[in-house]
Write a protein that binds this ligand. Structure first.
Ligand SMILES: Nc1ncnc2c1ncn2[C@@H]1O[C@H](COP(=O)(O)OP(=O)(O)O)[C@@H](O)[C@H]1O
Ligand SMILES: [Mg+2]
Length: 331
């Protein structure tokens, strides 16, 4: 039988199905639950081996909660997170510890994610101490190797986080994330606190490391220009849900959801040809509270194209092209 080899067909590394995280709102002395914040309200996506999958949206839409849920740093309310064909949500503590070696996270705020009282050596070797039986010498060799990978040197070993610039601190965070040779790194706004020139250095480093180790990234950002630079595929989130998802080219050049179009309208475009083509949608009003999301399409309260149906029924995804899809009644 003839074998058909499909080019560019990458294997699935993580499949997320109907992920929800509702935070209870507790009030009064007895801590009675009086409501819930629907931070993540039914999110599904697939991340392929070796790709950068980005999650973009305004502050408060649930991006970080998705990221934390994927590592079970916050316990999801429901859903499935299949990683290497195993459901992370079925695992007990010990099993989870093993799976977690393969998934790491880096954060925007390196002040709180790097212990100020620890030397760089201690910070980077922390995952090795917990997970590997290594002699002190082996440990030091590995830490030096990791420092070299992120562009830092042996003279940095015994320094403290406050002695470094923001960009260097993020390099330290990346070195620690790499220590156990993970398959997947969740990058939660890793360059949002940095100057633009430093941002591109860190993004280049992440790309270089991805190629070298065939890393998969879930890249979380509110910044469309960063997302356009780094992503293979993009998911746009609004109020706890993904409203549009597809390849970077499709989402950026052929956006369908009015919310995606509005986000794009807020980014300056240098290319005059594209500028003319672009439909400008200016968002008015605030993002509604996830304590009380609007009925129907969550975006209808700010949507210039809303119809009666939009206020009643949450739209299903419509397939646009390939795996590009968007949830909107009017497309
Ligand atoms: N621990 C928590 N308890 C209650 N509400 C939370 C908690 N963490 C986040 N939230 C709420 O969940 C929503 C989504 O937050 P977050 O995931 O941080 O958004 P983003 O990363 O997109 O800015 C926000 O309304 C936020 O206030
Ligand atoms: Mg966040």
């Amino acid at each position: 039988m003839e074998q058909v080899i499909i080019e560019n067909e990458k294997e699935d590394l993580m499949v997320v199905q109907e992920l929800k995280k509702h935070f209870p709102i507790k009030n009064g002395v007895f801590g009675k639950t009086t409501g819930e914040v629907k931070a993540v309200d039914g999110v599904s996506f697939t991340v392929k081996k070796g790709e950068t999958f980005s999650i973009v949206g305004e502050s408060g839409c649930g991006k970080s909660t998705v990221g934390m849920s994927l590592l079970r740093l916050t316990e999801p309310t429901s859903g499935k997170i299949i990683f290497n064909e195993e459901n992370m949500l079925d695992k007990n503590r010990n099993e989870l510890r093993d799976l977690r070696k393969n998934i790491q996270i880096i954060f925007q705020d390196t002040y709180s994610s790097l212990n100020p009282k620890h030397t760089i050596k201690k910070i980077i070797s922390e995952p090795l101490v917990i997970n590997r039986k290594m002699t002190n010498e082996e440990m030091e060799t590995r830490v030096l190797e990791l420092l070299d990978l992120v562009g830092l040197g042996p003279h940095h070993l015994y320094r403290y986080p406050h002695e470094f610039s923001g960009g260097q601190r993020q390099r330290i965070g990346i070195a620690r994330a790499l220590a156990l040779n993970p398959q997947l790194i969740v990058c939660d706004e890793p360059v949002s606190a940095l100057d633009v020139s430093i941002q591109s250095q860190i993004l280049n480093l992440l790309e270089e490391l991805q190629k070298k180790f065939n890393l998969t990234y879930i890249f979380i950002s509110h910044d469309l220009s960063v997302v356009e630079h780094i992503s293979d595929r993009v998911a746009v989130m609004y109020l706890g849900r993904i409203v549009e998802m597809g390849s970077r080219e499709e989402v950026f050049q052929n956006p369908q959801h009015p919310y995606t179009k509005a986000l794009m309208s807020s980014v300056p475009i240098a290319d005059p040809k594209l500028k003319d083509k672009k439909q400008r949608i200016i968002l008015t009003g605030d993002v509604p509270s996830p304590k009380n999301p609007p009925k129907g399409c969550h975006f209808h309260t700010r949507c210039p194209f809303k119809t009666e149906k939009c206020a009643e029924i949450y739209p299903e995804y419509k397939e646009i092209k390939g795996d590009h899809k968007a949830a909107c009644h009017i497309i």
